[in-house]
Design a protein around this ligand. Structure first.
Ligand code: 5AD
Ligand code: SF4
Length: 457
C-alpha cells in the first residue's frame, strides 16, 4: 500500500468535564466511521484534535501551551492537520487562529457532524495551491439549536462504564459561567434515543452508565421528566449501576429522590453543586437557590437515602465575596460534611456578567488563594473523618483498571470512592467485594474478600 492509500490516522486529546470527554469519544466515533485509524500518540497521526475546555482561564492557558507543543509534530510533516475543538474553540473562534497560526481548524461543539467534510475541505484547499499560508485556518463555530447529535456513533474507550449525554447546553445564566455562551441553550434528547443508547451500551456488556447533562435533572421531553427517564434507564437489563451528573439543586424533586431510593441500580452518590455558602453571593451568582432551599434538598435526600455520599462544587473569591461570606461557605461545609468537593478560585471569563462587576470588588489574588487553601484544608479534614469511619467495612467495588502499582487494581464503590487493592488485570469489569483497610483521605486501600468474592454482572 502506498503512503496515499493507507487509512488516515487521527489522534484526539481531550480536556475538561465529562461532557467534553464524551464529545471526544463522539469525534473518535465519527472519524472511525469515516475510515480513520485512531492512534494513541500525536506523533503517529495525520490529524490531531485537541478537544478543549473554557471553564477557567487556567484550563485555557494549559491547552494553549499544549497546542504549541503539538505544533512541533508538524516539523518535517507539514501536512499534519491540527484542529482545536470544544468550548475554548467555540469561545475564541477566529481569534484562536490568530493567536496560534499553526492551527488549521477551530471547531465548536455543535459542528462535530461536519468534521469529516471540513477535514476534506482543508485537504482540498491545500491541494489547490501551496500549503496553507499561516493565518488562513478554518473556523466552524456556529451554535445550532437544531443539532441533536442523533445518528452519530460514539467510540467508547471504556468497556466498564459508559457516559450517555441526555442533554446539551444550559438554560441558566450563573453570572460566572461561560457554558451557556459556548454550548448554547438547553437541548434535550428524546427519551427513546437515550434509552436505546443505554440498552445498546448494556448489551455490549457495560454494567455502569452515567447520564450526562449540564443541569441533567432539568431534563424534560414531552411526558418524560428526568425522574421517569432515570427510572427507565435504571431498569435496563444488564445494568448494575446508574449515576447522573450534574444536577441543579432546584430540580431535585421528591419524585427524583423516590426513584433514587427505590431503584437498586441507582448509586448512593450525588454530586450536587452549591458554589457558595452565602445567600448574598448565591444571589450575585444568579444561582436561583438559597442555602435554606439547598439544605432542604439535602435533608430530603438523606432521609430517603441514609448512606448517600454527597459531593459538590465550590467557588471562592467570587467578586464582592466578603470574609464573612467566605466563612459562611466554611460553615456550610461543616454543616453538610461533604464526602468530597471540587474547589475553585473564581476565574473571570470574558463576556460573562460577573466580569462587569465594579473592579474594586475583585478579590485580591492572595486572599483568594488563602481562602481556597482554607476551604480545601477543611474539606480534607472532614473527608478523612468520614472515610476513616468506613475502615473495616466491606464494599462492592467495580474494577475499572489496573492501578499504577503493579499487582493492584483500581475501582469504585457505589458511593464513587476510589479503592486500590491487590488483584489481577483480568478482574477489570467485575464486581468484587472489598474490605476497606486504610484511607489516605480521598481514596482507600483494601483487600478482596477471599471466598466467593467476584461476580460478573
Ligand atoms: N471560575 C471558577 N470556577 C468556575 N466554575 C464554573 N465557572 C467558573 C469560573 N468562572 C466551576 C463551578 C462549576 C464547575 C464545573 O466549575 O463550580 O460547577
Ligand atoms: Fe454554568 Fe450555572 Fe449552567 Fe452550571 S447551571 S453550566 S454553573 S450556567
Amino acid at each position: 500500500m502506498s503512503e496515499n492509500d493507507r487509512p488516515k490516522r487521527a489522534y484526539v486529546e481531550t480536556y475538561g468535564c465529562q461532557m467534553n470527554i464524551s464529545d471526544g469519544e463522539l469525534m473518535e466515533g465519527i472519524l472511525a466511521s469515516e475510515g480513520y485509524d485512531l492512534v494513541g500518540r500525536p506523533e503517529d497521526a495525520d490529524v490531531i484534535l485537541v478537544n478543549t475546555c473554557a471553564i477557567r482561564e487556567h484550563a485555557e492557558r494549559r491547552v494553549l501551551g499544549r497546542v504549541a507543543e503539538l505544533h512541533r509534530v508538524k516539523r518535517g510533516r507539514p501536512e499534519v492537520v491540527i484542529g482545536v475543538t470544544g468550548c475554548m474553540a467555540q469561545r475564541m473562534g477566529e481569534s484562536l487562529l490568530e493567536k496560534a497560526p499553526y492551527v488549521d481548524m477551530v471547531m465548536g461543539p455543535d459542528a462535530y457532524r461536519e468534521l469529516p467534510k471540513r477535514l476534506v475541505q482543508i485537504e482540498d484547499r491545500r491541494n489547490g495551491g501551496p500549503a496553507r499560508r499561516q493565518g488562513a485556518g478554518l473556523a466552524v463555530v456556529h451554535l445550532d439549536i437544531d443539532e441533536n447529535y442523533e445518528g452519530l456513533e460514539q467510540r467508547r474507550r471504556s468497556s466498564v462504564a459508559a457516559w450517555v449525554p441526555i442533554q446539551r447546553g444550559c438554560n441558566h445564566r450563573c453570572t460566572y459561567c461561560i457554558v451557556p455562551y459556548v454550548r448554547g441553550p438547553e437541548k434535550n434528547r428524546s427519551a427513546e434515543a437515550v434509552l436505546d443508547e443505554v440498552r445498546t451500551v448494556a448489551e455490549s456488556g457495560i454494567t455502569e452508565v452515567t447520564l450526562l447533562g449540564q443541569t441533567v435533572n432539568s431534563y424534560q421531553q414531552g411526558d418524560w421528566t428526568f425522574a421517569r427517564l432515570l427510572r427507565a434507564a435504571a431498569r435496563t437489563p444488564g445494568l448494575r449501576r446508574v449515576r447522573f451528573v450534574s444536577p441543579h439543586p432546584n430540580d431535585v424533586t421528591p419524585e427524583l429522590v423516590e426513584v433514587m431510593a427505590e431503584e437498586p441500580s441507582v448509586c448512593e452518590h450525588l454530586h450536587l453543586p452549591v458554589q457558595s455558602g452565602s445567600d448574598r453571593t448565591l444571589k450575585r451568582m444568579l444561582r436561583r437557590h438559597t442555602i435554606e432551599s439547598y439544605l432542604q434538598k439535602v435533608d430530603m435526600l438523606r432521609s430517603s437515602i441514609p448512606d448517600l455520599a454527597l459531593t459538590t462544587d465550590l467557588i471562592v473569591a467570587f467578586p464582592g465575596e466578603t470574609e464573612e461570606e467566605f466563612r459562611e461557605t466554611l460553615e456550610l461545609m461543616r454543616t453538610i460534611r461533604y464526602d468530597d468537593a471540587f474547589t475553585y478560585k473564581y476565574s473571570p471569563r470574558e463576556g460573562t456578567p460577573a466580569t462587569r462587576l465594579p473592579p474594586d470588588q475583585f478579590v485580591d489574588p492572595d486572599v483568594a488563594q488563602r481562602r481556597l487553601e482554607e476551604l480545601i484544608r477543611l474539606m480534607r479534614e472532614i473527608q478523612l473523618e468520614i472515610n476513616r469511619a468506613s475502615i473495616g467495612a466491606v464494599e462492592e467495588v467495580l474494577v475499572e483498571r489496573p492501578a499504577r502499582l503493579a499487582g493492584q487494581v483500581m475501582g469504585r464503590t457505589r458511593g464513587n470512592k476510589a479503592v486500590a487493592f491487590p488483584g489481577e488485570e483480568s478482574w477489570v469489569g467485575e464486581y468484587v467485594r472489598v474490605q476497606l483497610t486504610s484511607t489516605s483521605g480521598a481514596t482507600f486501600v483494601g483487600r478482596a474478600e477471599t471466598d466467593n468474592m467476584r461476580s460478573t454482572a
